[in-house]
Design a protein around this ligand. Structure first.
Ligand code: PEP
Ligand code: MG
Length: 750
């Protein structure tokens, strides 16, 4: 940029800052700013349009257009040139505005006289807040320097707006971060919660976007980048080069370092500073531009790099402002964690103190979701933009049944929500009375209710929930939450602590179910077209038995003479079970030879998660000590509907006649050989589904601890023979799902 323009731009920003520092309401400030910009840029018109709601822009201040149009003229997103700038996030610079595509004539503004038009988006961190426009009578295109200068001004406006400079009486804008906002996401873990926002990665607030002394700012920026490089070098040196994951971590860090050394990035930020921005505002301006690009780049590799740049900018901003995670802030009461994403280890560090979790990214099967589920913390994922809206300490309500988050809700919403939570709490209290009673149906059957677990943090629930034992211990969780493969010694101590806490109750240890949605951070991910049907669970265990055998050995040593129950996941045919079982027996022999205590009782079971196993030879049912239906997987393969695909995962009802018939057939096959059968998918924890599964003949259900009370409550009030008859009648009548009939039947029971 030419030196003269640089000085002009700096002067304008200096005047802008002084204007903003003056006392006055938000509207007065905006009026003065439009005057100032028009004056400095030598244009007849300067206008500021801001979003009223997500789709409507409002003229909030103007110099040059009719004053009466302020707060009257509104445009929809995409409408007119201003609406186009807002929608595309791109500058429009034209010498002949009326001839431009989309031009919309607005008589109340008197703007048809103006020929040239320059509109730039007012953006903060990729989010468009409004549009800044200058217009003039003379038909001319604005120079690149002028465009740039207006972009810099727009950036400062966005920062000031974030700080609440334009709010107040008769304000143009509602104060940022004060009004109620709701977000709709997807359910990662059901449940409701009320609490206060805790930002895992608090946003850095730039309070000084304009600076007078460019040299000093450039020196600050360079010093911060040096510090950043030093940190990155330290991190890279600290990662050993052993495992694949380490290599990947190094790759990411190297890519950060590449940006930190990038001349283009540095040059652009230095130009921003020369134009009058402070060092942190310059970093944020480039970060914002990168985010805007991110939204438009389809290429995953480039998107990753832009994400890297985003993270790097955050680190740099923390260095420059001294803000960050170590601000000394303490968790608010009833903290609800809000983050773009979070790793399982970090989530575990927070542990059960969290009331809820809201993520912008993530997936139902992500490790964070698995941990949240294990900790029974309500989780909502895909809550877009919540990290830009929420502030630490904001009141927040999570409706993890509907996937809705209410941030700073109105009193009416808050009180309706509290009623809902109170009702649930009442119900939980009622269930507490049932804790030590058996789940005995009116028809006499006693159903054993176990719980699912996978972390040490789950185990206190074993006593509190009234579960009889652990029907499914997902051992992979211990592998997922670590950044390195756990050693055999670690496993021995974990498993033996699990057995200690169970105090003699039966714990079914499922061997590693890795692959599909559960990807170990330290193993090279398999590039499979369809991982749920790929190389996972026992398939990996049998092809590469080293880890399986290590795990089996750890289980035997942990049992140290106590009874041991082992279950193999995802067995699709008899031979797989036979082979896995042989591994276990051979490991036993070896342990025996080494003089170690062997379990006083050993049960070896299989999970039935693919329809094929239901049709296995009778010998399989005879050999298995027990079978557990993994309903989550079984259902996805039965209906060919991916359990992680939001589009189809709820498409087929568990109470579909075909599925229930199939469950009935599995019960039948197990009955022929006297093989104990249980059901441990999520449906076992949904009271109505659980009741129907019991009516189909299941006598053991394993579920989330919080579900034990509600499931027991319903079983105790039901006659399973009667329900079975209702289910069969609905099937005979040609219903596709028996849900309607079951709900009717339940209605009659009250
Ligand atoms: C299942 O598939 O039902 C199951 C219990 O295993 P997971 O959910 O861990 O795949
Ligand atoms: Mg499964």
């Amino acid at each position: 940029m030419a030196e003269r323009t640089e000085t002009e731009s700096r002067k304008l920003l200096g005047r802008l800052r002084d204007t903003l520092a003056e006392a006055g309401a938000g509207q007065e400030r905006l009026d003065r700013i439009t005057h100032l910009i028009a004056d400095s840029m030598g244009t007849e018109v300067c206008s500021i349009y801001l979003f009223r709601d997500a789709d409507t822009l409002e003229l909030c201040a103007t110099e040059g257009l009719q004053a009466g149009a302020v707060h009257e003229t509104r445009l929809r997103l995409g409408e007119g040139l201003v609406g186009r700038v807002a929608r595309s996030g791109q500058v429009i610079n034209t010498a002949n505005a009326p001839a431009e595509k989309g031009f919309r004539f607005m008589p109340e503004t008197g703007e048809e006289r103006y020929s040239s038009f320059l509109g730039v988006p007012v953006q903060r961190l990729g989010e468009t807040l409004g549009v800044l426009v200058v217009q003039s009578l003379a038909a001319r295109r604005f120079s690149d320097d002028e465009v740039y200068a207006l972009e810099v001004v727009a950036m400062v406006l966005a920062e000031m707006s974030e700080l609440g400079a334009f709010t107040g009486e008769g304000a143009a804008l509602a104060a940022p971060h004060q009004h109620p906002v709701s977000f709709r996401g997807s359910v990662g873990q059901e449940g409701t919660a009320e609490g206060h926002v805790w930002l895992h990665d608090p946003r850095v607030v730039v309070t000084n976007p304009v600076a007078d002394d460019p040299e000093a700012e450039i020196a600050r920026l360079r010093a911060a980048i040096d510090e950043l490089r030093g940190t990155l070098d330290g991190l890279i040196a600290g990662v050993s080069t052993g495992t694949t994951s380490d290599k990947e971590q190094i790759e990411v860090l190297e890519s950060y370092r590449m940006f930190a050394n990038s001349r283009g990035w540095m040059r652009r930020m230095e130009e921003d500073i020369a134009a009058g921005l402070s060092a942190e505002a310059a970093v944020e301006k480039e970060q914002s531009a990168a985010r805007a690009r991110l939204a438009q780049v389809p290429d995953p590799y480039l998107r990753d790099r832009l994400h890297d740049l985003d993270d790097l900018s955050n680190r740099l901003l923390r260095i420059l402002t001294g803000q960050g995670r170590d601000t000394g802030a303490t968790l608010p009461p009833n903290p609800v964690l809000v983050a773009r994403n979070i790793g399982p280890g970090e989530l575990l560090d927070y542990g059960r103190q969290l009331r809820g979790i809201v993520l912008e990214e993530g997936s139902v099967g992500s490790h964070a979701a698995i941990v949240a589920r294990a900790l029974a913390i309500p989780l909502i994922i895909h809550a877009k933009r919540i990290t830009t809206e929420a502030l630490n300490g904001d009141p927040i309500f999570l409706d993890g049944d509907q996937g809705i988050v209410h941030l700073r809700p109105e009193e009416s919403v808050a009180s309706a929500f509290r009623d809902k939570i109170a009702m649930q709490a009442d119900a939980q209290e009622r269930y507490a009375d049932l804790r030590d009673k058996p789940a005995k149906a009116l028809s006499g059957e006693v159903i054993r209710l176990d719980m699912n677990a996978g972390l040490m943090a789950d185990l206190p629930s074993l006593i509190g929930s009234g579960a009889e034992g652990v029907g499914l211990f997902r051992t992979e969780l211990q592998f997922l939450i670590r950044s390195h493969m756990p050693k055999r010694g670690d496993l021995v101590s974990i498993y033996s602590r699990v057995m200690d806490s169970a105090q003699g109750r039966r714990v079914v240890f499922r061997t590693l179910d890795i692959g599909s949605d559960k990807v170990l951070p330290y193993l090279k991910p398999q590039d499979e077209p369809n991982p749920a049907m790929g190389w996972r669970a026992i398939r990996v265990g049998l092809d590469k038995p080293g880890v399986l055998r290590m795990q089996l050995q750890a289980l035997i040593r942990a049992a140290n003479g106590r009874p041991l129950t082992v279950m193999f996941p995802f067995v699709a045919q008899f031979d797989e079970f036979r082979a896995a079982r042989d591994h276990l027996l051979r490991v036993m022999e070896r342990e025996d030879r080494l003089g170690r205590a062997l379990p006083e009782k050993l049960e070896i079971g299989a999970m039935l998660e693919t329809p094929s196993l239901a049709f296995a030879p009778r010998a399989f049912f005879e050999l298995a000590d027990f079978i557990s239906i993994g309903g989550n997987d079984l259902k996805q393969f039965f209906f060919a509907a991916d359990r992680e695909n939001e589009r189809v995962r709820r498409r087929y009802d568990t109470l579909n006649v075909s599925f229930l018939n199939f469950v009935g057939q599995i019960v039948q096959r197990c009955a022929e050989t006297g093989t104990p059968l249980s059901f441990c998918g999520e449906d076992a924890g949904r009271p109505v589904e659980a009741l129907c599964i019991a009516a189909m003949g299941l006598r053991t259900l394993s579920m989330r601890p919080a579900s034990i009370g509600p499931v027991k409550h319903l079983i105790c009030r039901s006659d399973l023979n009667d329900l079975r008859a209702a289910i069969e009648a609905a099937g005979a009548a040609g219903e596709q799902s028996v849900r309607g009939a079951v709900m009717e039947w339940l209605g009659r029971q009250r």
